[in-house]
Design a protein around this ligand. Structure first.
Ligand code: ZN
Length: 104
């Protein structure tokens, strides 16, 4: 992560264009097949991006990589407080269901 530019990354923003995290596509293979999973790399503090700035991820504090649905992630920019929900991707859902079926 460190030093990576924000260019070319799928940015996950609140309605007021603050950067809450980065979406990453991950290839997962198991004996039940191959999946593409969307994962959210969630920042501890939202970032107010100036479109002309060359912000990098070097100083970003990441809470974690999220695969499952997380309800009501609140933007931490003062005066914003927009809430957004990260939905588990369909690929992740398929994989989840497949793994549950094995156990049942
Ligand atoms: Zn915001």
């Amino acid at each position: 992560m460190v030093g990576k530019s924000l260019d070319g990354l799928k940015q996950w923003k609140c309605k007021n264009n603050h950067l809450l995290g980065i979406v990453e596509r991950v290839h997962v293979s198991s004996d039940r097949g191959k999946y593409n999973v969307s994962r959210l790399i969630l920042f501890r503090q939202a970032i107010d991006i100036d479109p002309t700035s060359t912000a990098s991820l070097a100083d970003v504090d990441v809470i974690g990589n999220i695969e499952g649905t997380v309800m009501d992630i609140r933007c931490s920019i003062p005066g914003c407080g927009e809430v957004r929900t990260w939905w588990m991707g369909e690929a992740a859902l398929d994989m989840f269901l497949a793994s549950r079926m094995v156990k049942v």
